[in-house]
Design a protein around this ligand. Structure first.
Ligand code: NDP
Length: 239
């Protein structure tokens, strides 16, 4: 059966690789983002449908619902990023509050709102996958706090959706190259450090994350829920 898949932030980077993966499997894919031009081009490249949406905005999410099918089998809450990269360093308490809340909105509230909006349409046997971060375990200011909150909130989501046979998990990437995440702020020195921290001596690729998301959305992963799956080349190990 063809699945209906929504990948938020699917126009670039990790989200685009995830969307491409599902489209190549024959699924019907919708991708979202705030910039319509790049989003439409990205959708055309992989045979997906583009819908402009800011996932922090409840009104935009209500409009998105009108563009989506009645049944959604897989929801991937990928939209996000470290909003501090786009902010001036906070100089007073009001600016600090604004910048802190921006990361919570972009990475935690966006996923919660999107899931709430789509809750009634999620298909029995479906899957919700959020893109978290290694920063949730290692720190990373308000960005890391938002991703840690996402993983904690996901525990309750997994319990709420479990009786409907729907799983809810987090995929937490380490350093993934070839995305717009770092803007122009990643120095060669920092990049080398991030690669050196891995056991495999290479950065992750968006396709590495896409593979993990595809697994969690597959029939093979129906008893895996409420978990965080780390995709970081061994930069952070668990037991
Ligand atoms: P990108 O910046 O390439 O992708 C982020 C995408 O999300 C963009 O397409 C952006 O499009 C979209 N987006 C951001 N905010 C919103 C919003 N409010 N509403 C709708 N769309 C939004 O970076 P990545 O691919 O690297 O990031 C994808 C996810 O992976 C993020 O959640 C990030 O935090 C996470 N991550 C990335 C890591 C890395 O090393 N690259 C490491 C760990 C986690 P637009 O601006 O047009 O809205």
């Amino acid at each position: 059966m063809t699945r209906n898949v929504l990948v938020t932030g699917g126009g670039t980077g990790i989200g685009h690789a995830i969307a491409r993966h599902f489209a190549e499997q024959g699924d019907t894919v919708v991708i979202t983002g705030r910039r319509s031009g790049p989003l439409k081009e990205a959708a055309d490249r992989i045979g997906a449908r583009a819908v402009v949406c800011d996932h922090t905005d409840p009104d935009a999410l209500t409009r998105l619902l009108a563009e989506l099918p009645d049944r959604v089998d897989v929801l991937v809450n990928n939209a996000g990023g470290n909003t501090d990269f786009d902010a001036d360093a906070a100089s007073d308490l009001a600016s600090y509050a604004r910048d802190f809340r921006a990361n919570l909105d972009a990475n935690l509230v966006s996923a919660a709102l999107t899931t709430k909006a789509l809750e009634g349409r999620l298909a029995t046997g479906g899957a919700v996958v959020h893109i978290g971060s290694i920063a949730a375990a290692r720190g990373g200011g308000s960005y890391g706090a938002a991703k840690a909150g996402l993983a904690t909130w996901n525990i309750d989501l997994a319990r709420a959706l479990g009786s409907r046979g729907i799983t809810a998990n987090v995929v937490a990437p380490g350093y993934i190259a070839d995305t717009e995440f770092f803007r122009d702020r990643l120095t060669d020195e920092r990049r080398t450090q991030l690669v050196t921290e891995t056991a495999v001596d290479r950065p992750g690729a968006p396709e590495d994350v896409a593979g993990a998301v595809a697994f969690l959305a597959s029939p093979a992963a129906r008893h895996i829920t409420g978990q965080t799956l780390h995709v970081n080349g061994g930069a952070l190990t668990t037991r």
